[in-house]
Design a binder for this molecule. Structure first.
Ligand code: UDP
Length: 240
């Protein structure tokens, strides 16, 4: 299904994709491949905001499950997203793409704080803006951070690059007959608890009418294919 023409997108990558073929952490070679995909999208004329998760390094829930204080563990997760943002900044700049990292937790030795008007200016100047540390508060995820930045930066769509090629009516790993939606509305996703993003992120996109495009970032060249309308994806949007 062809996508509408977007001018500005927010691309959310889960931290796990930065692991490449590793079990943990950051695979610099794979980050360079991902950066190449981002560069191609930018070279096609798009303005790009990026949000990267931290699940390849640390997730608050995992710490809490092992007895840590949840908020403390979540702050560690947010710091993990800053490391990923810096890794992606490095890879993009090595490919000649100008970038700025803005973190919701101020860290002025390594990046800027989140300042919306400044981010606007960066995009106008052709820079990719990488938003780190999610919303800057525990009990949230980077999906919510992505939805929030997509809303405040008035992005035309939130593209979620993940390990699966869309949204299914049941788990394709356990049900071989699971069906992938081409499009699905926000309320079906919320009511069915379909695994797209957490509910607060989906609700924020619904309330601000931001379509969510879910696609696999694991296959090389897929971001460009999806943007050109030749890819496989699910679009979560208002229907009817
Ligand atoms: N996190 C948080 N608040 C935010 C964003 C992230 O507390 O606004 C923490 C949370 O512990 C989360 C971790 O950072 O588990 C890593 O982010 P996420 O799980 O969203 O990463 P992803 O699954 O996309 O790799």
């Amino acid at each position: 299904m062809a996508l509408p023409t977007y001018k500005r997108i927010l691309l959310k990558l889960s931290g796990e994709v930065l692991m490449g073929r590793q079990q943990f952490g950051i695979d610099p070679e794979f980050v360079t491949e991902l950066a190449g995909e981002v560069k191609s999208a930018k070279d096609s004329g798009l303005e790009i905001c990026l949000v990267i998760g931290g699940g390849n390094i640390f997730r608050g829930m995992a710490g809490a499950a092992k007895g840590m204080d949840r908020a403390q563990a979540d702050y560690m997760g947010m710091l993990a997203t800053v490391m990923n943002a810096l890794a992606m900044q490095n890879a993009l700049e090595q490919l000649g793409v100008p970038t700025r990292v803005q973190s919701a937790i101020e860290m002025d030795k390594v990046c800027e704080p989140v300042i919306r008007r400044r981010a606007e200016r960066h995009l106008e100047k052709g820079r990719v803006v990488i938003f780190a540390a999610g919303v800057g508060a525990p009990y949230f995820t980077t999906d919510s951070g992505a939805a929030l930045r997509a809303a405040e930066m008035r992005c035309d769509a939130l593209l979620k690059g993940t390990s699966v090629d869309g949204v299914y009516d049941s788990d394709p790993k356990t049900n071989p007959g699971a069906k992938r939606y081409d499009t699905v509305d926000y309320d079906t996703v919320l009511a069915g608890n379909l695994k797209v993003m957490d509910a607060s992120a989906v609700a924020l996109c619904r309330d601000n009418r931001i379509p969510i495009v879910v696609f696999s970032i694991r296959e090389q060249g897929n971001l460009a294919r999806v943007l050109a309308g030749h890819g496989t994806q699910t679009i979560v949007q208002e229907e009817g």
